[in-house]
Design a protein around this ligand. Structure first.
Ligand SMILES: [Fe+2]
Ligand SMILES: [Fe+2]
Length: 357
């Protein structure tokens, strides 16, 4: 807390909180003894821009993204870059992707993107790639190795041979609890690419991986799931400090598997209930995750929020600033060896999660 840069950032976070609900994450990284390479980035995700007809789009989802863009432009100090976690579009239409990118074009700073299933299953990512480039790549920034993966692929048979039209395929993948659905995966060729990419990185370099689906198995019915998660985790296993940041789940989740910390981003569009409140199939919400409560289900922004994430020497602290709900801090606990929800860990402190079904 003594770092003046960090104080400024937190101050900015407080000012933003006062301004309202913030579906935006700010990620701060600090590495090295003298912390000269201290830096931060912002994280937006899941705007689900929905085309109605002509020039008309669902207004609420537009407003969520417009607000997140405006608020990320107010951050001081400026984040080094902005990351978008996928699902720009609702049904993968070029007009939805274009409309979302038009809103995002107001962002000050370089933007990196990850592919969401709602961006992919209409034209298999053709328009997205035309606008944004490759769907998997890596880059180095101030001593940290960043990896972007497309984790929403599935079996070729399902993708290429099952459906009478591209629109039908998109609708099938967009449905929840769909017996005709198919699990997400990173896939063999991307895993081979990842292995080669990581071969050139020393094991003491902090690695941050961006995916759309969680690179762990939580709830198959809603594809809070990546079928080859264990194989991807095995490739990350040799590194001392690994963090996976993902979108898709529209809620707070955190976990620790071996050396890998996992943190989910909240959506700019809407919050999902926790799968544990909707058990049609087995759910494996990480034991570490203490559910956030949706205090007012009729307030569309409740259970969305703003995340401030510190990576101090590769260990992650997340500050959740939640409108209409108590703020929370998930901090790395060195003794426990995993992230701990410092305020909500004790049973007596928790607000019980609501069940709506
Ligand atoms: Fe989403
Ligand atoms: Fe998604």
């Amino acid at each position: 807390m003594t770092d003046p840069k960090r104080r400024r950032l937190l101050k900015a976070g407080g000012a933003l909180l006062a301004a309202g609900s913030l579906p935006l994450s700010l990620v701060e990284l600090a590495f090295g003894k003298d912390r000269r390479e201290h830096f931060s980035f912002a994280y937006l995700s899941d705007s689900h821009i929905t085309h109605v007809r002509g020039r008309e789009f669902v207004r609420n989802w537009d407003r969520g993204l417009i607000r997140a863009v405006a608020e990320s432009n107010l951050l001081d100090p400026r984040p080094d870059f902005i990351f978008y976690g996928g699902d720009i579009a609702q049904l993968g239409k070029p007009e939805e992707i274009d409309h979302g990118l038009e809103i995002l074009s107001a962002l000050r700073g370089e933007v990196h993107h990850v592919m969401g299933e709602h961006d992919y299953y209409l034209d298999l990512g053709e328009h997205w790639r035309k606008r944004l480039g490759p769907d998997h790549y890596s880059f180095d920034h101030k001593g940290v190795h960043f990896v972007v993966l497309n984790s929403i692929l599935t079996f070729d048979d399902w993708t290429y041979h099952r459906w009478s039209s591209a629109a039908e395929r998109m609708h099938q993948m967009a449905r929840l609890d769909n017996p005709q659905g198919s699990p997400f995966m990173v896939g063999e060729s991307q895993r081979a690419w990842l292995k080669k990419d990581l071969d050139t990185v020393s094991h003491d370099t902090p690695v941050v991986v961006f995916s759309h689906s969680p690179l762990q198995k939580i709830y198959k019915g809603w594809n809070f799931w990546t079928d080859d998660a264990e194989q991807v985790q095995a490739l990350l296993q040799p590194f001392d400090k690994v963090t996976v940041l993902y979108g898709h789940v529209h809620q707070i989740q955190y976990n620790q598997i071996g050396n890998i910390s996992f943190h989910a981003a909240m959506a700019t569009a809407w919050p999902w209930p926790y799968p544990s409140s909707y058990r049609q199939q087995a759910a494996y919400l990480p034991k570490l995750t203490v559910n956030m409560n949706r205090a007012d289900p009729f307030f569309e922004r409740d259970a969305t929020g703003w995340q401030f994430i510190d990576l101090d020497s590769g260990k992650v602290d997340v500050h959740y600033l939640l409108p209409g709900n108590r703020n929370r801090v998930v901090a790395w606990d060195g003794k426990a060896g995993h992230p701990v929800d410092t305020r909500y860990q004790a049973e007596a402190d928790r607000i019980p999660p609501q069940t709506h079904y």
